[in-house]
Design a protein around this ligand. Sequence first.
Ligand SMILES: Nc1nc2c(ncn2[C@@H]2O[C@H](COP(=O)(O)OP(=O)(O)OP(=O)(O)O)[C@@H](O)[C@H]2O)c(=O)[nH]1
Ligand SMILES: [Mg+2]
Length: 306
Amino acid sequence: MTDETTRAGFVALIGEPNAGKSTLLNRMVGAKVSIVTHKVQTTRARIRGVAMEGAAQLVFVDTPGLFQPKRRLDRAMVAAAWGGAADADIVVLLIEATRGLTEGVETILTALEERRRPGQPVLLAINKIDRVQAEVLLALTEKLNKRFAFNGTFLISAEKGHGVADLKADLAGRLPEGPWLYPEDQIADLPLRMIAAEVTREKLTLRLHQELPYQLTVETEGWEEREDGSVRIDQIIYVLRDGHKGIVLGKKGETTKAVGQAARKDLETFLERRVHLFLQVKVRPGWLDDAERFDAMGLDFKDGNS
Ligand SMILES: Nc1nc2c(ncn2[C@@H]2O[C@H](COP(=O)(O)OP(=O)(O)OP(=O)(O)O)[C@@H](O)[C@H]2O)c(=O)[nH]1
Ligand SMILES: [Mg+2]
């Protein structure tokens, strides 16, 4: 036992869609808590992951990407992201090294200048450094620090792990002193049913093309612990149109079948037990304007008001 002072607090990860926020959260936590795809707008709600660094407990808040919202769902997502930043002790802005200071980043920085609480640290994390030359990073670091008063800059690869330990240590040192917020062994603060639904949505997003992933949602309907230690999970995939249902099912149901298999595998790893996963596809034309669906996603329906 050491008598080191305990620290705890919230670290919000914000940035443009696809910047690598969820990848970073998973790496910090050491488990796959938040889903990751190569497509934009993968994360839809705030997802908390808990990591320890010595006597400090860091609660990372993954947020939906910040972009120009068009639909109700988009507006609710962006509101959830800014809400995450507002509540956080520290904000980390992730920027893609390959894209640099885009118009989208520019918009985020302007908003951040207005929203930042007095004294709230904002760190810059330039991500995906495995994909650019060192000179590019140097120039980008300078440019971004001229543009905004960051409290620190970190060059990282969330995927490969470069620079992540330094960032974590720095964050831990900035947290306020206080008791831990979660039990030491807890890694996520999201109902298992929701994590399970997210895993299936990840597999659907990876398999389906174009707009379809943005027009569906997954909900866990049933969760039954069985005597043999396995669990039966029933989920519904809501789509907007009949045509979408056909695509999600695929020929002879082969798409849903493949999605179910991939999701089950991940869930078995996460839950450390056998999983029986049953997927059903339902057409619900108005789900994108249905308050209940937003609740299930962990979003505030009213935030979507234009
Ligand atoms: N090369 C490389 N790719 C990365 C790195 N970090 C993340 N990625 C990839 O970038 C893509 C987006 O990652 P996500 O973690 O889903 O990004 P996000 O910011 O959470 O995206 P949204 O949830 O849509 O806002 C995925 O294909 C990741 O594998 C990195 O350090 N290097
Ligand atoms: Mg994400």
